[in-house]
Design a binder for this molecule. Structure first.
Ligand SMILES: [Zn+2]
Length: 463
């Protein structure tokens, strides 16, 4: 079955045809590791994970690479302001290297909680300095650069297709607004290599043919892609906020270096927004970190579930109440699947299951419509003409894409105090002291557990 995806470059849904049959090279811009990633950023990684899982489900072998920005991302997109890493390190009183490690570890802990499959290759900008210098050298040799007092810049007017991804009017952008441009020739020009400030000792800086300094933010992603994949990349993912600057500049660099288009399909996810449509923000009291939800006892997979309930190209409403509702919905779905497992230990593939899988593929291969795919799964589970074995087979296949651990029974930690109360209640029952047995049952209930009498004694469950 053909797969169609929406390519930001052409603003059209296109049939997916990778450079090499059955093989997909996919790149995702990773985090700038100066702080804990906002839940809105984590959404971009859930989307990339769903793209990858869907492509795998479709039978492709997916090579996935993610970049980690541990140097060169300045506070402002205009190539001004401090490096986010140097600033973060100073604020926390640790080295920029330790800061990078701390937040890289935090990021991968969060992606693990969200069942995001870790890309087999992750590239750190500080490990690719030579590759970035070589890329800038190539651009220099081909006449795409110029030098200012603070760095080497990409001359965007030299690229006749500059801004094609964001449909930028480069002529308009290059005229006027000289004040904001400083020494830049055009507003859309961007730093490829920045010199270390003369009166400041940076923690992260390297020698280069142009002087001591550090790479610009955009050149790292081009360097990762070209060194890991060569000159043909099938899919590049990221949030829509990257369209006008970061990805636009990556395209210009790639074309400048190779002389042709490198990435075939650009996939961009929309944002998580508050109920009133505004951006989530910590200052408005929103819980913006995954850890905030985990600490309050939410299952991080409820966040993943919520992310799957709308199309990735539309703004997705997000709030604590919605996470709560998603958690309830996920628990109900999971209970049904656990019930199916008890009924039917062996999932079974039949002619009927093939029909349902085709249905799933039809919606998933139509630009990753997870919301409709979840409806298909729910319909299958509720279809009385299917056996439990068949339902289980469909569920497990769908969950290869959803990544919700459906059917996994949660192992709950029962506190010692509750176990002791259950033991005392058992003794009370054996002594036919029903009044005491009822009192203890209420106490267990207050502690958040439900006790059920069984032939062998009792069973404890979380309320
Ligand atoms: Zn990037």
């Amino acid at each position: 079955m053909d797969l169609f995806l929406y390519n930001t470059l052409t603003r059209q849904k296109e049939k997916f045809e990778p450079y090499h049959e059955n093989e997909v090279k996919m790149y995702t811009c990773g985090p700038t590791v100066y702080w804990t990633q906002h839940i809105g950023n984590m959404f971009a990684y859930i989307c990339a994970d769903v793209f990858k899982r869907t492509l795998t489900f479709a039978g492709y072998h997916v090579n996935h690479v993610m970049g980690i920005t541990d140097v060169g991302h300045l506070v402002s997109d205009d190539d001004t302001g401090e490096d986010k890493m140097e600033k973060g390190a100073r604020n926390e009183g640790i080295s920029a290297w330790d800061l990078a490690k701390k937040y890289t570890d935090q990021f991968f802990a969060d992606t693990k909680s969200l069942n995001i499959i870790k890309p087999p290759i992750t590239c750190k900008a500080t490990d690719y300095i030579q590759e970035q210098i070589d890329a800038v050298k190539t651009l220099e040799e081909k006449g795409f650069t110029y030098k200012t007092s603070d760095g080497i810049y990409f001359d965007s007017i030299k690229d006749p297709t500059y801004g094609e991804l964001a449909k930028l009017d480069i002529e308009g952008l290059c005229a006027g607004e000289r004040v904001e441009m400083a020494e830049k020739k055009c507003k859309t020009d961007f730093a490829l290599w920045k010199f270390s400030p003369k009166n400041e000792q940076r923690q992260m800086e390297w020698d280069s043919p142009w002087g001591v300094g550090f790479p610009g933010w955009h050149i790292e992603c081009s360097s990762f892609c070209l060194s890991q994949f060569g000159e043909q990349v099938d899919i590049h993912t990221g949030g829509i906020d990257h369209i006008p600057v970061h990805h636009t500049n990556e395209i210009a660099q790639n074309k400048g270096i190779t002389g042709h288009r490198v990435v075939k399909y650009w996939l961009h996810n929309n944002f998580l927004v508050r109920a009133d449509g505004k951006k989530l923000s910590k200052s408005s009291g929103d819980k913006v970190f995954l850890q905030d939800y985990i600490e309050k006892g939410y299952d991080p997979l409820a966040v993943r579930y919520l992310a799957l309930t709308a199309h990735y190209r539309t703004p997705i409403k997000f709030s604590e109440d919605l996470v709560k509702m998603a958690q309830t919905a996920l628990e109900r779905l999971n209970e049904k699947v656990v019930g199916l497992k008890k009924d039917a230990p062996a999932p079974t593939k039949t002619k009927e299951t093939n029909k349902w899988l085709d249905e799933l593929k039809t919606v998933l291969f139509d630009d990753f419509n997870t919301a409709q795919a979840m409806t298909v799964l729910r319909d299958a589970i509720n279809d009385s003409s299917l056996s439990s074995e068949e339902k289980l087979y469909i569920t497990y296949e769908a969950d290869r894409v959803f990544g919700l651990d459906l059917g996994k029974e949660k192992t709950i930690e029962i506190p010692e105090k509750v176990k002791m109360m259950a033991g005392q209640r058992l003794i009370a029952r054996q002594q036919q002291n029903w009044a005491l047995s009822d009192i203890i049952r209420d106490q267990i209930d207050e502690a958040g557990f439900v006790i059920k009498d069984t032939a062998n004694g009792y069973e404890l469950k979380e309320k």
